[in-house]
Design a protein around this ligand. Sequence first.
Ligand SMILES: [Zn+2]
Length: 141
Amino acid sequence: MLKIESIQDGIVIDHIPEGRGMEIYQLLHLEEQKQSVALLQSVRSQKYGHKDLIKIEGTTLPERLDILGYLDSNITLILIQNGQVIRKYHPIPPMYLKNVIKCQNPRCITSIEKNCDHIFKMSPSGTYRCIYCNQEISVHA
Ligand SMILES: [Zn+2]
């Protein structure tokens, strides 16, 4: 059985829906991290059946962890310092989503310009809209 305690300092991304661990690994750019990263797929979970899980060792946390709050509200972050769990929380969806999802409007500048960043801003109602053309995300990821 997997032991979170085996990390001395780092973060565990827990309760990732099964099969989405690799997508999250790529969205967080974990391949660029110079620290130990482990992606575990189809871990048995009492609460959710099966889940994916990512363990990141080290005191430097990846940027963009808040996009996990957009991707799935069940995802739990577990912060570990000196071998102790110091915080467990669900990330809050960010105000801006940058290069996480693509605008679906074929006339949007991001559909035409290949090097354009895909940026969405949260509206007061909690949905995300493209900052260029105001298109709302129609399908939640
Ligand atoms: Zn757009």
